[in-house]
Design a protein around this ligand. Structure first.
Ligand code: CMP
Length: 139
């Protein structure tokens, strides 16, 4: 079915001016960009966004990093967008990601892995609403 998913270009990739290449890559796979913004999260906002990971040992490092500089937030729409965009991104650890995936191309470590994408329908709903209002999403 047609789904929407949230994707983030993380601070490491924005710092390297990679957001344009990443957007073009996902568009070329056939997905439609329906919302887009550049912003910087506070530490507190990063903790809220990643609350499902709050008990993990890397939570403090993750939320420090995600609030360390500007990010680009996007909503993508398309057939099975949630799982398909996770395939396009590749494994969380860039060293384990397949050739041609965004994390293989642009990630440098498990933390600085260039992009984030929603991992389920439930997280997509939460994550899209976290960044965008209905008005900011183009039908
Ligand atoms: P992301 O898809 O944004 O979801 C949670 C993030 O936690 C994940 O990508 C990684 O960048 C990060 N992460 C996972 N494992 C580790 C780790 N061992 N050390 C630091 N960051 C991690």
């Amino acid at each position: 079915s047609v789904e929407r998913t949230l994707m983030l270009v993380k601070p490491d990739a924005v710092k390297r001016n990679l957001e344009g290449k990443i957007i073009a890559h996902v568009q070329e796979k056939g997905f439609k960009l329906v919302a887009l913004k550049k912003l910087r999260l506070t530490k507190q906002q990063a903790e809220k966004f990643y609350y499902v990971h709050k008990e993990r040992p890397f939570f403090d490092e993750l939320t420090d990093f995600m609030s360390s500089g500007p990010i680009v937030a996007m909503v993508w729409e398309g057939e099975n967008a949630i799982s398909k965009i996770r395939e396009i991104m590749g494994a969380t650890n860039p060293e384990e990601a397949e050739e041609g995936t965004l994390r293989k191309l642009y990630g440098t470590s498990i933390g600085e892995n260039a992009v984030h994408g929603s991992d389920s329908k439930e997280s997509a709903a939460y994550e899209i609403l976290f960044f965008f209002s209905e008005l900011e999403i183009v039908e």
